[in-house]
Write a protein that binds this ligand. Structure first.
Ligand code: FDA
Length: 297
């Protein structure tokens, strides 16, 4: 049942399935980010397998000439087995993809991994510069501080609400408070712009209401002339150029073409791989009606 339902969010388990989906998106003017699913690996061999899979993905991206970023979970590269080994694998991966021009992002996992993920990112940033980015979660109390640290180091941020169940001591529990934090942090990223070129900062969300409040949803505003059919003073607080909106494959698809059509930088994250179960469970938890969708299958 889950296997059939997961197809909504996953074009297929194989790299070629994912690249075919990316090619379809590219024909609509939508670039992509690829994630090879896997997390919390318990053996070094699995972590090395993830590195090899990402290298194969880079070869596939180059062969098809697509604009694709990669996004990697630190525990897929072995973070639970040790931070030094993971750093070595990550830098090896970054070095191998350097010539390809494929940017690399680090996903953020549960709160117990944040310090070590930030450490990995700093090493990556020293080595690779602003063609690498990191995900930060608006629900964590610590994130405003972490974000300032990353901006001071010249890093790039993908801001999301956060997908893991965290305790009140770690994270905001009220959805309205999470939205408020997301808005404040998004405005902060909007003010930052793209210093020195390189990657844009990213807002990873399907929340069209929030994007609208930032002036980054279809119909909210239209370039230098201000919003279409609206009072220019009502325009969102964020300029369109410096921030990229990203969504997950299979979610809010009805808005994608309109985002692109209005010139809002936009990208879709496409996942693939056989180890989709925990990732799929997080997608179900994000929206309880997905459970009904699953049970109807
Ligand atoms: P919210 O959950 O409020 O959803 C807004 C609306 O979007 C919903 O009303 C619904 O219409 C739709 N929607 C959202 N989720 C849906 C779903 N699963 N199925 C169907 N419809 C859905 N998290 C993390 O902790 N670490 C990470 O590294 C990342 N990386 C990441 C990258 C990208 C590109 C995106 C878009 C998201 C992530 N996330 C993530 C996930 C993120 O933290 C968050 O859990 C989801 O994006 C859902 O939150 P929204 O911001 O979409 O808002």
């Amino acid at each position: 049942m889950a296997q059939r339902a997961v197809r909504r969010f996953l074009p297929g388990e194989g790299l070629e399935d994912a690249l075919d989906a990316c090619e379809g998106l590219a024909r609509r003017g939508i670039p992509a980010t690829l994630t090879y699913l896997g997390e919390n690996v318990a053996e070094i061999e699995e972590a090395e397998g993830a590195v090899a899979a990402y290298l194969a993905a880079v070869a596939g991206i180059r062969a098809r000439g697509l604009d694709i970023h990669l996004s990697v979970k630190p525990t897929h590269l072995g973070l639970d087995l040790g931070v030094e080994g993971t750093e070595e694998r990550l830098l090896r991966l970054a070095g191998a993809v350097e010539g390809s021009g494929v940017p690399l992002w680090l996903d953020m996992e549960d709160a117990t991994h944040v310090d070590r993920t930030l450490r990995l990112y700093r090493a990556l940033l020293r080595e690779a510069g602003p063609r690498v980015g990191i995900c930060l979660q608006a629900y964590l109390h610590r994130t405003p501080r972490d974000l300032e640290g990353i901006l001071a180091d010249g890093g790039r941020v993908r801001l999301v609400k956060g997908a893991y169940r965290e305790s009140p001591s770690e994270a905001l529990q009220d959805p309205a408070a999470v939205d408020g934090s997301f808005l404040a942090l998004a405005e902060r990223l909007g003010r930052e712009g793209i210093p020195g070129g390189g990657l844009r900062h990213v807002l990873g969300t399907h929340d069209l209401g929030l994007l609208g409040r930032l002036g980054l949803a279809p119909g909210e505003s239209a370039g230098p002339g201000g919003p279409v059919g609206r009072d220019p003073a009502a325009r969102g607080p964020v300029e369109r150029g410096p921030l990229e909106v990203q969504m997950l494959y299979g979610i809010q698809g009805g808005a994608w073409d309109a985002l692109v059509g209005e010139g809002i930088p936009f990208r879709v994250l496409v996942s693939y791989g056989a180890h989709w179960y925990p990732w799929f469970m997080r997608r179900l938890a994000e929206r309880p009606t997905n459970l009904r969708f699953l049970l109807r299958r």
